[in-house]
Write a protein that binds this ligand. Structure first.
Ligand code: F6P
Length: 358
């Protein structure tokens, strides 16, 4: 008998249930009655508190297109686990793993989740992970599930803003999620036909933004749309130390970076400016077709690693293939947008500004 635990941790995204279903169905097909799957509730918190239940095969039916996660999720900051109090939590997770008599723990998560997964693996637990996040910022895989679903929604927001921006001749700033990286704003900005895209990887110069807007005014364009990453930062901020940057941002009274940028543009030119922050809307609803299929593929690959006892890995997309990547190689590394990425080049080729040159 194989006993498998499964949990989802960190911010949710579309495709989590499709991935859970992929793991479970492949295990049932391969092992039949010789497998028991334990659903651990609310991420690592459930593993710490011993909140889990034996799942039935029926629990994994009808969830392919369902958004969110049937297992619930929570954020468990990795750094806290390194304190004395945190050590007790690590021991509690190990104790519950033993209590369930697990052969393997399957963890679906993003960056923070992978640090903890690697820690548990180093502590001797058999762990296999799947890369989920709308941010696509997980090192080691070319794609994470959730990204394309969020991209559809973020692009739809820009599409809708286009019509009202045109009617009123306004400048609109649409703030796109993505945490500290620019994958989502870059792709949504290009797909939505934004005029300016601001990414954390390319610090912006306010004067460049204003010049681009003025040039558009002069050429008779009635409106302008900026797709701004929630992690966007100015050239001045990019020069700051981590500590200085944190303080500068803590002192900000604007509720989001886009509001500051709107205020700063407004001080330099007389235009009507509006800000739209779709926020968690981008993580909501069911997965798009790509994510359904991709998450299923990752799930089945994870099941294969379990039956092969190939533990300590994340299933990753590389060159069109799903391959295992050691957790120690993934944990703690951020996949930012390379400055020579083809999408940045294409965007520049069609005249989209990144706020760094005019
Ligand atoms: O990592 C996914 C993400 O949606 C980021 O894009 C965003 O910065 C963050 O999570 C929001 O976190 P929370 O759901 O905790 O507010």
């Amino acid at each position: 008998m194989k006993k498998i635990g499964i949990l989802t941790s960190g911010g949710d995204c579309q495709g989590l249930n499709a991935a859970i279903r992929g793991v479970a169905k492949a295990l049932y097909v391969e092992l039949g009655p010789e497998v028991e799957i334990y659903g651990i509730q609310d991420g690592y918190r459930g593993l710490i508190e011993g909140n889990y239940r034996l799942m039935k095969s029926a629990d994994f039916s009808g969830i392919l297109t369902l958004g969110g996660t049937i297992l619930g999720t929570s954020r468990q900051p990795y750094k806290q686990l390194l304190t004395d109090e945190g050590r007790a939590k690590v021991e509690a997770m190990k104790a519950n793993y033993k209590k369930m008599k697990l052969d393997c723990l399957v963890i679906l998560g993003g960056n923070g989740t992978h640090k903890t997964a690697n820690l548990l693996s180093q502590e001797g637990l058999n762990v296999i992970t799947l890369p989920k996040t709308i941010d696509n910022d997980l090192w080691g895989t070319e794609m994470t599930f959730g990204f394309y679903s969020a991209l559809e929604l973020a692009t739809e927001v820009i599409d809708c803003i286009h019509t009202t921006a045109t009617s009123h001749g306004r400048v609109f700033i649409v703030e796109i999620m993505g945490h500290k990286v620019g994958w989502l704003p870059l792709f949504a900005g290009v797909a939505g036909g934004a005029d300016i895209i601001l990414l954390p990887e390319i610090p912006y110069d306010l004067d460049c933004i204003v010049q681009t807007l003025e040039q558009r005014d002069k050429s008779g364009k009635r409106f302008s749309i900026l797709a701004v990453a929630e992690g966007a930062l100015s050239v001045q901020e990019a020069k700051m130390s981590k500590k200085e940057f944190k303080k500068a941002r803590a002192d900000l009274t604007d509720p989001a970076i886009s509001y500051r940028i709107a205020r700063e543009i407004g001080q330099k030119m007389d235009r009507e400016i509006r800000v739209v922050v779709p926020g968690h809307f981008q993580r909501g609803g069911g997965p798009c077709t790509y994510d359904r299929a991709f998450a299923t593929r990752l799930g089945t690959a994870a099941a294969r690693l379990i039956t092969d006892r190939n533990y300590g890995n994340m299933v990753a997309l590389r060159n069109e293939q799903i391959v295992p990547v050691p957790l120690s190689e993934v944990a703690g590394k951020l996949k930012t947008v390379p400055l020579d990425h083809g999408m940045i080049r294409s965007a520049r080729d069609i005249g989209i500004s990144f706020g760094d040159r005019t």
